[in-house]
Design a protein around this ligand. Structure first.
Ligand SMILES: [Zn+2]
Length: 365
């Protein structure tokens, strides 16, 4: 079967390169082999993402993050002890993306003409996919590392296109997953600063993933620019605060958002317990994400608001991924699965990338 072009709206590539010490230019088997005797992280030797595996899966465009948290005194979550250290880490991550650009492994996509040009080059069958750079749109997952609002301008200058205010735990701009409560005063000031960029070439996409329920409503209220949910599943199927309620899904659809499905077993199957369960034992399969997609399609009345936001390198690997996925290139398996469920070719193209493209073309016009 001819592979379709795929967009994955959430990967933490630079975090893996810098903090996990993974050379993502190498094939997965080599990355895994070098980690065989390492025990510092739960996903050692089990990674599913590398640049060759992205190309193999025709995943030619990704939203790639800078991710670095601040850890306040008393918090047990990992993170840096000062915002300045967190900022420095995001700059190391940026430096890695730049190195990937220098050797033609990746190319940064920061405006519409670059996007269209990139799509044309990936559509060219005379060049093998292995020789094409993976396009990336830069996103900041959790804004802790912006030391103050003046750092936003610096970030826009180097091509930051999307921001999520929070990640896990307490955040300087907004509390995140597993927390409750509103966006902080500093977060409200950041949304106001982002509002001032709406309609300019520097306009940012607000990523609502990882907000609290209160923060979610506030963010939609306060932000006037484009909004997406980069990696987010359905709370009706997996009832934790990390996923979207039907009401939140409706609000996102009203704003023209696209919701990226995440392939973390914990976010797919309510039986799965983080760091305890085994995907084989519980028989967690790729196909289960179709239930999440179906649910959103039923609310929307169409297939225009869903896509991939796999998060497959987000602090987990095979031990927390569907057992019929070995590498991110297995996203191509969804073509046949969606057909079996009655999705048309147009629906499948929508899900594989056209929805994100429609969103980006509208946001960046
Ligand atoms: Zn995340």
């Amino acid at each position: 079967m001819k592979k379709r072009f795929i967009i994955d709206a959430h990967l933490d590539l630079a975090m893996n390169a810098i903090e996990w010490n993974r050379d993502l230019t190498q094939p997965l088997r080599d990355i895994r082999e070098r980690e065989m005797n390492m025990t510092d992280k739960a996903d050692r030797g089990k990674g599913t993402v590398s640049l060759p595996s992205l190309r193999q899966g025709k995943i030619g465009l990704v939203v790639a993050t800078q991710l670095s948290r601040f850890r306040p005194r008393g918090s047990s979550l990992p993170g840096w002890h000062s915002p300045q250290q967190a900022w420095a880490m995001t700059q190391a991550q940026l430096a890695w993306y730049r190195e990937m650009e220098k050797i033609n492994e990746m190319v940064q996509i920061r405006h519409l003409s670059a996007l269209e040009q990139h799509l044309v080059s990936w559509a060219d069958d005379t060049i093998p996919d292995e020789d094409k750079p993976v396009g990336y749109i830069l996103s900041l997952e959790g804004a802790d590392s912006l030391v103050d609002l003046s750092y936003l301008e610096t970030a826009c200058d180097y091509g930051l296109k999307a921001i999520g205010l929070s990640h896990f735990g307490p955040g300087r701009y907004a509390p995140g997953t597993k927390m409750e409560g509103p966006i902080t005063a500093q977060g409200i000031a950041l949304l106001k600063a982002m509002n001032e960029l709406v309609g300019t070439p520097q306009q940012l996409i607000l990523d609502v993933t990882h907000l609290t329920d209160e923060g979610f409503t506030q963010a939609l209220d306060l932000y006037q620019g484009p909004i997406w949910a980069s990696h987010h599943n359905v709370r009706a199927l997996v009832p934790t605060q990390r996923q979207l309620t039907d009401e939140q899904i409706r609000m996102l659809i009203d704003r023209g958002a696209v919701i990226g499905a995440m392939l973390d077993c914990w976010a797919m199957d309510l039986r799965f317990i983080d760091q305890v369960s085994d995907p084989w034992q519980l028989n967690v399969r790729l196909e289960q994400i179709l239930d999440h997609w179906d649910h959103i399609c039923q609310i929307a009345g169409n297939s225009e608001h869903i896509g991939f936001g796999s998060d497959l390198d987000g602090i987990f690997g095979k031990e927390q991924s569907p057992h019929d996925l070995d590498s991110i290139s297995d996203l191509q398996k969804y073509d046949a699965m969606l057909k079996r469920r009655g999705y048309t070719d147009i629906d499948i193209d929508n899900i594989f990338g056209d929805n994100w493209l429609r969103f980006l073309r509208s946001a960046w016009q």
